[in-house]
Design a binder for this molecule. Sequence first.
Ligand SMILES: Cc1cc2nc3c(=O)[nH]c(=O)nc-3n(C[C@H](O)[C@H](O)[C@H](O)COP(=O)(O)O)c2cc1C
Length: 213
Amino acid sequence: MSTLLHIDSSPLYGRSVSRELTAAFVTEWKVRHADGKVIDRDLNATEIPPINAEWVGAVYTPEGARTPKQKELLSLSDALLAELEQADEYVIGVPMHNFGVPSVLKLWIDQIARVGRTFSYADGRPKGLIKGKKATFIIATGGMYDPQTRMASFNFVEPYLRSVFGFLGVTDATFLTAGGTSVLNHGHDRKAFLAPHLQAVQTHAQTSQEVPA
Ligand SMILES: Cc1cc2nc3c(=O)[nH]c(=O)nc-3n(C[C@H](O)[C@H](O)[C@H](O)COP(=O)(O)O)c2cc1C
């Protein structure tokens, strides 16, 4: 049985482009994995505190030596890591906020990037420990950041996600971007705007997944 971890991070819910596109991916995935399991992790509905000195101390304390308080401090991180480990595949919706990822997604990344769990420094070199997973990032941006344009260097979303997930071992990653969503605030027809992006998501979902026997 396959498991998909579905993460959203847009605060806009019904108006969100990334949420609508990840939902389309999930629908298509379910068609192809009739007995599959989907874990929904809505980061706007998850209370994730910023990491602090105690949390870092707990992470760097060997597991067997952790105090009950340290274990409690890491319990949310453990639960989020369990979702990552349990899933074979990830679909992650990402609105661009201030040229980067939304703060709730950064808070989640801070919880799951854990030495000894998702990366290590074996032989002094960083090694990603999340292996054999496939990730699809669905990004929505108000402006356009096409390569070779003046604005490309302002896009810290895809380069950051590619780097941090690659560092953690997730190298089979696809990035689909719906750029220029700001036209929707100026009377542009939402259905017409979304149509090619929904098509791209569906095509990707169909072509990247084998149909289970
Ligand atoms: C707080 C905030 C910050 C934003 N910052 C940017 C930005 O830096 N660049 C940009 O192109 N669009 C920016 N936008 C527009 C969003 O990227 C755009 O609305 C996109 O569709 C968000 O994804 P969503 O529809 O899934 O929420 C911002 C929107 C919000 C709410």
